[in-house]
Design a protein around this ligand. Structure first.
Ligand code: AMP
Length: 280
């Protein structure tokens, strides 16, 4: 497996691969890899000849009081896991390599970014689109793989790719969970034992929301039941809990059949996100 930190080396490696007619998959990550990321890699390997994984903790998607400095980083462990799962090249650039100019043209993510995670993390999705756009331009993949775990990110990236006619296919992989339902996340390492024990209640609450809606209750009643369930998590605070149409993230109409229930919940100091999609 190639371990690349320089854009020039990445380009050289890709030129060689393309000259052999290989198709290229891109799996963008911030590292601290777990089996959720590996599900993306396994799908990428099935669909393309070569898999490039980026490992870059992107400062532009973190707010001033967020966990950019504390975010878990272990590039050697990430590379070992990536290699064991058949990644062909890890691209792990420095911040200076990715952003050599402090003030340049920016990308603004638009309507879908002003709600949910974007409401409590202003500018987050602008930063996501900026790094994703750079990675798409650098790697020029045939397909890029993203996790449904970050549903709003998926919706925003799909809108971006469609509206700006980017020549690649976005592939979305279902949420990978622990046995007790907790969505796998690099941030789960922040949870202490008690918080970890209670955290699966977020997924359970989303399922409860779905069950109520499918049983004929209205969205407000379904959300009320989910909110009450999350309230049982000690030292927790709901950032948002919503039921929307999927994938456009608009208010749920009476005849809407494709739905998403999403939540962001602080468990202690750790902010966890999760979602489930379903037919009404
Ligand atoms: P991150 O390193 O958190 O930026 O995640 C990199 C990619 O892995 C994103 O597309 C995430 O949506 C995806 N991902 C992270 N956790 C999971 C999970 N539990 N299941 C599926 N995909 C995931």
């Amino acid at each position: 497996m190639q371990r690349l930190t320089r854009i020039a080396d990445l380009r050289q490696w890709l030129a060689h691969a393309r000259s052999q007619g290989k198709t290229i998959a891109l799996v963008p990550t911030m590292g601290a890899l777990h089996t959720g990321h590996m599900a993306l890699v396994e799908n990428a390997r099935r669909h393309c000849d070569l898999v490039v994984m980026s490992v870059f903790v992107n400062p532009r998607q973190f707010g001033p009081n967020e966990d950019f400095d504390a975010y878990p980083r272990d590039l050697d462990a990430d590379c070992a896991l990536a290699q064991a799962h058949g990644v062909d090249a890890v691209f792990a650039p420095s911040t200076e390599e990715m952003y050599p100019h402090a003030a340049g043209p920016l990308i603004i993510a638009g309507r879908q970014a002003n709600m949910l995670c974007g409401a409590s993390r202003p500018g987050h999705f602008d930063g996501v689109l900026q790094v994703v756009c750079k990675l798409f331009n650098l790697v020029q993949p045939d397909r890029a793989f993203f996790g449904q775990k970050d549903a709003q990110q998926v919706a925003i990236i799909q809108t971006f790719v469609r509206d700006y006619n980017l020549p690649l296919e976005i592939c979305v992989i279902p949420v990978v969970r622990e046995d007790d339902g907790l969505a796998k996340s690099s941030r789960n390492v922040y949870l202490n034992a008690e918080e970890r024990a209670h955290a699966p209640a977020i997924h359970a609450a989303l399922q409860l929301c779905r069950e109520r809606l499918q049983a004929g209750f209205g969205p407000d009643a379904a959300l009320h039941a989910a909110r009450a369930h999350i309230a049982g998590i000690p030292d927790s605070r709901i950032d948002y809990l919503e039921l929307l149409a999927w994938p456009d993230l608009l208010a749920l109409g009476d005849d809407e059949s494709s739905c998403i229930a999403l939540a962001a919940v602080y468990v202690g100091r750790t902010r966890l996100i999760d979602n489930i999609t379903f037919q009404r």
